[in-house]
Design a protein around this ligand. Sequence first.
Ligand code: SF4
Length: 401
Amino acid sequence: MQTLKELYKIGKGPSSSHTLAPERACRLFTETFGAFPYYRVELFGSLSLTGKGHRTDQVIIDTLPGETEVVFSLDWEESFPNGFYLTAYDESHTEVHKWTVFSLGGGSIEIKEYPLDWAREVYPEKSFKEISSKLGWSSEKLVEYIYEKEPDLPEYLRSILYAEYACVENGLQVEGYLPGRLNIMRSAEALYEQALSCNSSEKDRLLLMAYAYAASEENGAGSTVVTAPTLGACGVMASLCYYYGKYLNYPEEKLINALAVGGIFGNLIKQNATISGAVGGCQAEIGAAVSMASAACAYLEGLGIDQIEYAAEIGMEHNLGLTCDPVMGYVMIPCIERNAMGILRSVDAALLSKHMSRIKQHIVSFDMVVNTMNETGKQIPIALKETSEGGLAKEFEDGQH
Ligand code: SF4
């Protein structure tokens, strides 16, 4: 598995695969070859079908230093479903350089013609079973294992934690409407105010949802958020961090460790299945985020490694088959509300793991459920994988006519 730094990244919304990944590829292209007067970028797959709503074309035009034509195409012949060709031309319009870029999910990219340094393997183990077999019961052993592999990770995760706090805080302060044709009113601040006036049994749950709304609305607005594991699913971990760090005042070091613990599960999902909605549907984004946050929450609640794994497994198992059908291609409906539901499912998963593990041994492992998610993702029709051609997106479109 790769470094957790490649899982958690700070970037501008609304979509890690549609804005962050193309931006990273365009930047790297310019750093590698320099500037050219003309560029052509041909988008395929989900990037082509929902690139407009996700602002892919705008990010590419803003990042490349020359006159840029962005073309939305459908005749993609590469093996990975989501990608684009990036071509530079000289003054006489002669092709000079061309890359084939795959957007892997969570802002990660692969370039056919250019092997990337950051794709280097840092963790030799391939499954959670391999990782946990040497560690015993204590969750601190899992944290030690991660920092042994990546000694400089805590400082990096501190910057991620601050970015999580900032996006929730910013989202709680802004009112008005999100950009785009859906005309969606921002609700995080109002939800937060309602939470404060609720009785205690509703208050904490509403606060968690308000924090998730805040981060997800920031993402929908194209502001800075964190891939956890993707930008579309950014609200789940952001809410967990803010609730434990700022509301319950847990120590910063604990929150950093929780990001590391959740990150290992996200990384395993990324390696053994996918974190791309265009490849596996929303189970790969919100499902993965819930699994990560369930593990992180279980760690913060002082559970052991086996219970953390069980929480991560529950978090993913009950999102299996979740489809991706963003209305009009905007990362807003169902995405923002889904982040709010996702954080509640995460806290519930940790709670169920804590108590159920006192009653009986769980049968389904985290590794099993990740393989299941991967296979399920392959069977989800393409109309329900970030193309906006099915599900709520289609229902909404049909209702407009
Ligand atoms: S439905 Fe899920 S996977 Fe699809 S864009 Fe929204 S958050 Fe991402």
